[in-house]
Design a protein around this ligand. Structure first.
Ligand SMILES: [Zn+2]
Ligand SMILES: [Zn+2]
Length: 387
């Protein structure tokens, strides 16, 4: 049996292909992909040339169509055991659990394993033992396909009946937001504590990640939330989902004006914490400028190479006694927190999806990511244009 897949094979090049569905082994699961989110990283990756044709899409929710007899023991499942017909969301990385990095940082820590496998990416599965490997390429290891094969060692969450696919598929970006915020959390009472009901958080970015960071901060009870954005429609959605206290617009307000408005609300001190969620070096530079003394800046937007900017180790770091944290490593634990939030508090987050398509519309939808209304795209591999 074959499945349709959108195969990425060169800079901005996708083609709709038929790929054979492998036999499901005793420790594997086959899912029918119900929905896959288009990540900001997909928009970056597509400008590169992959080493071999690959199916992208790591923000996935699907329905179990075949499950091996030992799959429930071979996976890490929250809310399981799983059976045919159940829906699930997944953690998109499988780590080996045996290398020095896995031993030091824990099994499942994203991007530190020496031999990681990423769904929707081009790292081949290398689990030890008699596990299925990437047999032939392309293989259905990404969500931009009608079916997807799940390997042993994958972390999975069973999706409850009342959670729509459009919410279940937000697990990955919400986990990124949760982890980004986690990285700024300190023990209450320490001088550098930057997140409590007395503090002001500045979120740079009105895209999906910036909005989810602001949404999560509101749930945590942070004092004031200020968001910097630039596209009116996105800022409106961000405001509605996060109840941000103040929106600043980098397109219509100069950095001096934004600074002044932030200072008005912070006794002339600046933000206690900055969550930088935009993929430009300039946004990081401005984040440093708007950060107060003893503040913390978490850099999450520049996961890909931005244009370089100047950085003064004295002014930007020591003189402020600032804490600067880079974010790329995520954990199943952050995903678990995010899944709990989706279940209990996530109603309405489906609104992040402004553009939808089937497999044949993937490249075109990605092209539309610069639309003023674009927040996030969703792919329905089974067809249908629901959003
Ligand atoms: Zn993602
Ligand atoms: Zn490892």
């Amino acid at each position: 049996m074959n499945t349709n897949a959108s195969v990425f094979y060169g800079e901005n090049q996708f083609s709709l292909c038929e790929i054979p569905i492998p036999q499901v082994k005793e420790d594997g699961i086959l899912i029918q992909v119900n929905a896959a989110g288009i990540c900001g990283s997909d928009l970056h990756i597509r400008t590169e040339k992959p080493p071999f044709p690959v199916v992208l899409g790591h923000e996935v929710t699907g329905t179990v169509t075949a499950i091996g007899s030992k799959a429930n023991e071979a996976m890490y499942i929250s809310g399981g055991p799983l059976k045919e017909g159940d829906r699930l969301s997944l953690y998109p990385t499988v780590t080996c659990g045996r290398c020095r990095s896995c031993l030091e940082f824990g099994n499942g820590a994203y991007s530190v394993c020496d031999k990681p496998f990423g769904y929707g990416d081009w790292f081949p599965y290398q689990g030890s033992g008699d596990y299925p490997r990437l047999e032939g390429v392309p293989a259905i290891t990404g969500g931009f396909a009608q079916y997807m094969y799940l390997y042993p060692g994958t972390y999975l969450w069973k999706v409850p009946e009342d959670m729509p696919d459009e919410r279940a598929v937000i697990l990955d970006p919400l986990a990124v937001a949760v982890r980004t915020v986690e990285l700024a959390q300190r023990c209450p009472g320490v001088l550098e504590n930057c997140l409590d009901e007395t503090k002001t958080a500045l979120v740079i970015g009105d895209g999906a990640i910036g909005t989810l960071v602001a949404f999560y901060l509101r749930l945590l009870g942070v004092g004031q939330i200020v968001v910097v954005g630039g596209r009116e429609e996105r800022m409106k959605t961000c405001k509605e989902l996060s109840h941000a206290d103040l929106l600043l617009n980098y397109r219509t307000q100069s950095i001096e004006e934004r600074c002044e408005l932030l200072y008005e609300r912070t006794h002339g001190m600046g933000a206690d914490v900055v969550f930088q969620c935009v993929g430009t070096g300039q946004a990081f530079r401005e984040g440093l400028q708007l950060l107060r003394r003893l503040g913390t800046l978490v850099e999450c937007g520049n996961a890909m190479k931005p244009s370089p900017v100047t950085f003064d180790p004295f002014e930007d770091l020591c003189a402020k006694h600032a804490t600067l944290v880079g974010m790329t490593v995520n954990t199943p634990h952050a995903f678990h927190k995010a899944f709990t939030l989706l279940k209990d508090r996530g109603k309405g987050l489906e609104r992040l999806f402004t553009h939808s398509c089937g497999l044949d519309g993937l490249a075109e939808t990605m092209d539309r990511s610069s639309d003023s209304s674009y927040m996030k795209g969703i792919v329905y591999p089974g067809g249908g244009m629901r959003a």
